[in-house]
Every structure is written in structure tokens, then in C-alpha cells.
Design a protein around this ligand. Structure first.
Ligand code: G3P
Length: 223
């Protein structure tokens, strides 16, 4: 499963990309607004930090303006994926942009029927928001299962399922168990993936026992 980081904070992105485990970045208007920075400056900086896709969302709601904005965003870098909302205008814009070779991430997906339409529109990625469904008492992961089942029925569907609105590490675990293509994860949740109290405890015990030997690995005279 590919890991994208869900933020527009370049400090967080730089730090996490340095692990070599990040395959892309997703932003949205709220995440960009949170930085307080110029949209295009932030995007250019992010595109320079990661080779994989960087999702940048249009803010128009009408088809032609969405296409015009998408073309402008795509000009910023070859790894820009233009994000459009899952509306009829967004689907039409997705079709137009994807037919021109632009990567499109169809976002704000909350049903399997919506995801089927995104695939038919030629989306590179579809972003089902599982956390927001859970927030409403629905089962976000069931949506992922439904979408994957539908997509697996048709070999001509190339759209990747990009699990979004991830709230905790169990969302990541379950998305991977279901076989989702990508999970876009907030930095705080990403960092929690590596953490386990028994790992910390075991490492401390190893180092304490090693300390007692008085030996080192690098500073040896011979060998
Ligand atoms: O960026 C898309 C999505 O991951 C946002 O999720 O629900 O935490 O705002 P949310």
C-alpha cells in the first residue's frame, strides 16, 4: 500500500519524506489555508520535496472554470494531481483533464456509486473520506470494501483507491487488509504507526545489557 501524507505543512512533509517511506502528498483548501501561505508557493515547494503525486484542489464549482483552474495547477509540476470534488461538474472536468493526460484525484467521495462514476470519468485516484463517514455513524471502511469489490470486477478500471480522512492507525491497518492502493495519512497518525511500547521497552533492555559489556561496535582497535 502506498503512503501519502495528508498535509500542506512543508516542514512535516520534509521530515517524513526523509524516511523514504512517503509516496505522495495530498492537500485540500482547508489544509492550505491552515499554512497561511500562498497556494502556488506552497505547492511548488511540496512538488520539489516528493517525486510522487501531489494533490492540489480546484476551488471552482463550475465545469469550465474547474478545467481552467486544473490546467493552471497542472502547469506547476508534472507530479501535480488535480483534485476535483465528486459533483457532475467535477466528473465532467475529470473527464476533460484526464483525457488530456492530467492526473486527477476525485475527492469528497462518500458512496460506492460516486466512486464508480469517478472511475468512468477516468480518475487516476478516488478519495473516499472514511473518517467523515465514521463521524456520522456510518462505516467508512465498508465503503472501501465496496469500492474495491466493484473495481475488481472490471479490468479496465485503472482508478486507484486513495483512502482519505484517516483518523487513527486502525484505519490504516484496515485499509491495508482490504487491499486499498493508497492511504493518505495525517503526519501525527503516520508517526504513531511506528510506535509500540514493547519496542521501546525491548530496546531499552537491549541497550542496558549491552552497556554492561563495556564493548562498542565502531571504536574497536581490531576487527
Ligand atoms: O485531504 C483529504 C482528507 O484526508 C481530509 O480529511 O476529514 O480529516 O478533513 P479530514
Amino acid at each position: 500500500m502506498k503512503f501519502f501524507v495528508d498535509t500542506a505543512d512543508v516542514t512535516e512533509i520534509r521530515d517524513l519524506v526523509a524516511t523514504g517511506l512517503i509516496d505522495g502528498v495530498t492537500t485540500n483548501p482547508s489544509l492550505v489555508a491552515k499554512t497561511g501561505r500562498d497556494f502556488f508557493e506552497v505547492l511548488k515547494e511540496i512538488c520539489g520535496l516528493v517525486d510522487g503525486p501531489v494533490s492540489a484542489e480546484v476551488t471552482a464549482v463550475e465545469f469550465q472554470r474547474m478545467v481552467d483552474e486544473g490546467r493552471k495547477l497542472a502547469e506547476l509540476s508534472e507530479n501535480i494531481a488535480v483534485k476535483v470534488p465528486l459533483t457532475w461538474d467535477g466528473l465532467k472536468a475529470c473527464r476533460t483533464l484526464s483525457q488530456a493526460g492530467t492526473m486527477v484525484n476525485v475527492t469528497l467521495c462518500f458512496s460506492a456509486n460516486q466512486a464508480l462514476l469517478a472511475a468512468k470519468a477516468g480518475a487516476s485516484f478516488v478519495s473516499p473520506f472514511i473518517g467523515r463517514l465514521d463521524d456520522q455513524g456510518h462505516d467508512g471502511l465498508q465503503l472501501i470494501e465496496d469500492i474495491l469489490e466493484i473495481y475488481d470486477n472490471y479490468e479496465d478500471i485503472r482508478t486507484e483507491v486513495l483512502v482519505a480522512s484517516v483518523r487513527h492507525v486502525t484505519h490504516v491497518l484496515q485499509a491495508a487488509k482490504l487491499g486499498a492502493d493508497i492511504c493518505t495519512i495525517p503526519p501525527s497518525v503516520l508517526r504513531q504507526l511506528a510506535q509500540h511500547v514493547l519496542t521501546d521497552r525491548g530496546l531499552a533492555a537491549f541497550l542496558a545489557d549491552w552497556e554492561k559489556t563495556g564493548q562498542t561496535i565502531l571504536d574497536r582497535k581490531n576487527g
